[in-house]
Design a protein around this ligand. Structure first.
Ligand code: PEP
Length: 251
C-alpha cells in the first residue's frame, strides 16, 4: 500500500530565535511545491510561533517536541496541546528516547501524553526503539511490543489512523550509526504487523512509520526505498538546511 511520505526534523534543544527563523525559511523554500510528501518541523517551544509565522502559507507542518495531557493548570515546565495549537502546531513528538532515558518518562506518562494529544486534535509522532543492550540481547521485538502496547493503550481505531509511529533504535540516534536498511525494514514490518493485531489491518496499512537514527543525505534514499519505511525523523541533519533539504527531496 502506498502511504504519503513524511520527512520530519527534530531540532531538539537547538536554535535561538534568529537561527530558527533562518532555518525555517530555508526549509520552507526547498520544500515548496512538493505535492507528493509531507514535511514537518519540531522546533523548541520557545520558537514554535516564530517558525509557524515564517512558514505561514507553506505546507510545512509544525510539531512540538513533547506535550502535556491537560489544557492548562499547575504543571510547571510543561506545555499543553492548546498552547501548541495556538502557536501554530498540529502535531507533537511523544516518547522520544531522550525523554524516556534522560527524563525517565515511563509508559504510563507517555500513554497519557498520546491520549491527551489526540483528545485535543494533535497528531502524535509516537517514538519507540530499543537500546544497544536490548538489541544485542535479542530483545528488540519484545521491547518494541511493550512500548507499542503500553504507549498506545486506549487509542481508538479512528485516532490510530491519524497517529504516526517513529522507529528510532536508541543506538542509532546521534551516533552516526544508522540501522542497515534490512534492520530498519525488519523492525518496521514487525511494528506494522503488531499494529494490525492491536488495531485492524486496514489501520496498520495506513499508519506512517518513520525511521529515525542518523538519517543523512547519503542514506535516506535506500531507507525510503524499503516497503514499510514511510518517512524519516531526523535530528542532527535537520539543523543543516542543505542536508535536510536533500533528505526532503529523497529520490
Ligand atoms: C532524533 O532526534 O530523533 C534523531 C533520530 O537524531 P539523529 O538524526 O541525530 O540521529
Amino acid at each position: 500500500m502506498k502511504r504519503r511520505p513524511l520527512l520530519a526534523g527534530n531540532w531538539k534543544m537547538h536554535t535561538t530565535v534568529i537561527d530558527a527563523c533562518q532555518l525555517a525559511a530555508a526549509i520552507g523554500k526547498c520544500s515548496a511545491g512538493l505535492a507528493d510528501r509531507d514535511v514537518l518541523l519540531a522546533p523548541p517551544y520557545t520558537v514554535l510561533s516564530e517558525v509557524a509565522h515564517v512558514l505561514q502559507g507553506s505546507d510545512v507542518l509544525i510539531a512540538s517536541q513533547n506535550v502535556c495531557w491537560e489544557a492548562e493548570g499547575a504543571f510547571t515546565g510543561e506545555i499543553s496541546p492548546t498552547m501548541i495549537k495556538s502557536a501554530g502546531g498540529t502535531a507533537a513528538i511523544i516518547g522520544h528516547s531522550e525523554r524516556r532515558q534522560i527524563f525517565h518518562e515511563d509508559h504510563a506518562i507517555i500513554n497519557k501524553r498520546v491520549l491527551g494529544a489526540l483528545a485535543f486534535g494533535l497528531i502524535p509522532v509516537f517514538c519507540v526503539g530499543e537500546t544497544l543492550e536490548e538489541r544485542e540481547g535479542e530483545k528488540t521485538f519484545e521491547i518494541l511490543e511493550e512500548q507499542l502496547r503500553e504507549g498506545l493503550a486506549g487509542v481508538s481505531l479512528q485516532d490510530m489512523g491519524k497517529t504516526v509511529v517513529a522507529y528510532e533504535p536508541v543506538w542509532a540516534i546521534g551516533t552516526g550509526k544508522t540501522a542497515s536498511k534490512e534492520q530498519a525494514q525488519e523492525a518496521h514490518a514487525f511494528i506494522r504487523k503488531l499494529l494490525a493485531e492491536m488495531f485492524e489491518k486496514n489501520i496498520a496499512d495506513t499508519v506512517r512509520i518513520l525511521y529515525g537514527g542518523s538519517v543523512k543525505p547519503d542514506n535516506v534514499d535506500e531507507l525510503m526505498a524499503q516497503t514499510d519505511i514511510d518517512g524519516a525523523l531526523v535530528g542532527g541533519a535537520a539543523l543543516d538546511a542543505d542536508s535536510f533539504c536533500r533528505i526532503i527531496n529523497f529520490i
